[in-house]
Design a protein around this ligand. Sequence first.
Ligand SMILES: [Zn+2]
Ligand SMILES: [Zn+2]
Length: 185
Amino acid sequence: MERITWNQYFMAQSYLLKSRSTCERLAVGAIIVRDKRMIAGGYNGSVSGGVHCIDEGCYVVDGHCVRTIHAEMNALLQCSKFGVATEGAEIYVTHFPCLHCTKAVIQAGIQAVYYSEDYKNDRYAIELLQQAGVVVQKVPIEMEPLQVEQKELVSQMLDKLESYGDPEIKELREKAAGSFIHLNR
Ligand SMILES: [Zn+2]
Ligand SMILES: [Zn+2]
């Protein structure tokens, strides 16, 4: 089995967190890493104890859902809540951070931002990150955690079909292989 890279490993963790999001507009996940260890994580969701967008619909003002706290912010706030230093840490986030989160990330002393998907990449955010000397790198996710499980399941089913001598097995395998390549929506 091929060994997963640190970048892919941490990015996959942020995708796992993304699946906990409660907002219907965009699901985002983020994790903060220091010395190759996850120190905090977050997804975009309501303030603790608040109603969820998935139950009550989004609270939209000027085209933005204002109910949720963004994933990056939640991860940073988890650090402040539990007294964990963020100076020199790195953040892995599923989508390019918005301007507000970018400012918070810089101010918290984060040194690198790894993101998987471009999302309205804010020009001023990019400028601020450059100014602060923060490393910004796009790390497209190769496979989301859920897809790893799905792929495993499909491959087991295909093996079973093959053991029954299914004549279409070759075609099915090709189809399956093609449907698991990608992933960047
Ligand atoms: Zn929402
Ligand atoms: Zn944000």
